[in-house]
Design a protein around this ligand. Structure first.
Ligand code: HPA
Ligand code: MG
Length: 219
């Protein structure tokens, strides 16, 4: 296992067509609704295990306060924490992990495949348990700026952000995400807890919607 210094990210190119649907299994009820399997579940899992290694290397003896951003981050968070625990067991380096949950809500627009950058934090507002602690925010890759600012007011000792997906944007500022699963083109994806109007969270792979799927679940 190489060292924490080199954290390479997986870059999915603009022209990646995804895998054909007949190569994998997925819930029958989504048959017409997805175009392709963009990132198969097994690949997500192994990449998440790799991120857990990076985190273990960086956090050493500190306990980790994990802040999971709902709803889209719940699967990634659960799997990442599980891998951290397994790695700890196998190396006698137990990191105590405490998990808290918050939701970021965009009040103006948040339907279909659009969402605003104007995020409001709902749920656990008081994050004072983070004071002086090492904190890992686990998200699937939405705007992180507002949340980081909020978290920092509680004066944690160190804050790191883990994101399964980071979308490639034209004027991409320096990423706020320390542990990136996949850098992907700026396109809408579903599955692995990411939704389209609350559908597709039960799909294990990350997929691209078909036109039928977009129409069928439009509100
Ligand atoms: N999928 C689901 N929800 C999202 C996405 C996405 O690609 N981007 C922002 N919210
Ligand atoms: Mg959503």
């Amino acid at each position: 296992m190489d060292n924490a210094g080199i954290k390479r990210r997986i870059v999915i190119k603009d022209d990646w067509p995804g895998y054909s649907l007949d190569l994998f299994t997925y819930p029958e009820h989504y048959h017409d609704d997805i175009e392709n399997i963009y990132i198969p579940h097994g690949v997500i899992m192994n990449r998440t295990e790799r991120l857990a290694h990076y985190i273990m290397d960086d956090f050493r003896d500190d306990n980790i306060m994990v802040l999971c951003v709902l709803k889209g981050g719940y699967k990634f968070c659960a799997d990442l924490v599980e891998f951290i625990k397994i790695l700890g067991r196998n190396s006698n380096k137990y990191l105590e992990t405490r998990v808290e949950f918050i939701r970021l809500k965009s009040y103006l627009v948040g339907s279909n495949d659009q969402s605003t950058e104007d995020l409001h934090i709902i749920g656990c507002q008081d994050l004072s348990f983070l004071r002086g602690k090492v904190c890992a925010i686990v998200d699937t890759g939405k705007t992180m700026k507002a949340l980081l600012k909020h978290v920092e007011t509680f004066e944690p000792k160190m804050v790191k952000v883990a994101g399964l997906l980071v979308k490639r944007l034209p004027n991409m500022a320096e990423s706020l995400t320390d542990y990136v699963g996949f850098e992907i083109p700026n396109r809408f994806v579903v599955g692995y807890a990411l939704d389209y109007n609350e559908y597709f969270r039960d799909l294990n792979h990350i997929c691209v919607l078909s036109r039928t799927g977009k129409m069928k679940y439009k509100i």
